[in-house]
Design a protein around this ligand. Structure first.
Ligand SMILES: Nc1ncnc2c1ncn2[C@@H]1O[C@H](COP(=O)(O)OP(=O)(O)OP(=O)(O)O)[C@@H](O)[C@H]1O
Ligand SMILES: [Mg+2]
Length: 142
């Protein structure tokens, strides 16, 4: 487990970018934290680190955005509006739990089922106006 303190949105993006540069095909990264904690900000930095050139928008309404311009395909999911595992399955999102590239999931704690086979959880917590604690758990699965 690795705990990082970010004091600006740019620092959060930089931490995410570092992780993206190490990312391998098949990884699923679950982002957990309250509204405004910085999950989408983290996703932007991650996308940038993968080399994605498109603008990264929150998938809260679309549920899924896929970006193909980076080193690996990136699937960015938001489970905020899904309240049961059945809804997540019906929306076809569990397909991306075994990705052809990397999947980033905001509100991963909505998913109660078995974690994806190569899964890393990241917690984001607001400590102040712009201070965030980012806890990077170990990657599970091989
Ligand atoms: N250190 C920081 N790291 C990340 N975001 C920060 C930081 N300091 C301030 N912010 C601000 O906090 C907000 C984080 O918003 P963001 O959309 O990333 O949150 P979220 O966790 O995705 O929320 P939601 O649950 O609504 O999707 C942004 O406005 C960002 O500028
Ligand atoms: Mg968000």
């Amino acid at each position: 487990m690795d705990i990082r303190i970010s004091k600006t949105p740019e620092e959060t993006e930089a931490i995410a970018g570092e992780l993206a540069r190490a990312a391998e095909r098949g990884w699923v990264i679950g982002l957990v934290g309250d509204l405004g904690a910085g999950k989408t900000q983290f996703a932007r930095g991650f996308a940038r680190g993968l080399g994605v050139i498109e603008r990264v928008q929150s998938p809260t309404f679309a549920l899924l955005h896929t970006y193909l311009s980076g080193r690996l395909p990136l699937h960015h999911i938001d489970l905020y509006r899904l309240h049961t595992d059945e809804q997540t399955i019906a929306a076809g999102l569990t397909e991306y739990f075994e990705p052809d590239g990397v999947t980033l999931v905001e509100w991963m704690d909505r998913w109660q089922g078995r974690p994806p086979s190569r899964f890393q959880r990241i917690d984001l917590e607001a400590l102040g106006e712009t201070e965030r604690r980012i806890t990077l758990h170990e990657l599970a699965g091989s």
